[in-house]
Write a protein of this length. Structure first.
Length: 105
């Protein structure tokens, strides 16, 4: 099945602690139905010191479930659903159901 949310997409968090925040998808974990979004679901972890890296408290983004994310509409940045359609040249593209604009290309 085609992916509704891909790496590099601009998304809006629609549920959870970070509801309303917007960010860019850094990585998608399809087997776990999760994605890592920049600036969203940020936690602090304690890092043990090793010879290669310094120890201390590290801030990093954790994966968030795809059901808590919605694509940001290209026109106004509000949350929208994603649809698929076949163009005249036979290519399958994603489009925003809110505005009808193409997301890919």
């Amino acid at each position: 099945m085609a992916a509704r949310i891909k790496k590099g997409d601009s998304v809006v968090v629609i549920a959870g602690r970070d509801k309303g925040k917007t960010g860019e998808v850094v990585r998608v974990l399809p087997k776990e139905n999760r994605a890592v979004v920049s600036g969203v679901n940020v936690v602090q972890r304690h890092q043990r010191q090793t010879p290669s890296q310094e120890g201390g408290i590290v801030t990093k983004e954790m994966p968030i479930h795809l059901s808590n994310l919605a694509m940001a509409d290209p026109t106004d940045g509000k949350a929208t659903r994603v649809g698929f359609r076949v163009e005249d040249d036979g290519s399958k593209v994603r489009f925003a159901k809110r505005s009808g604009d193409k997301i890919d290309g």
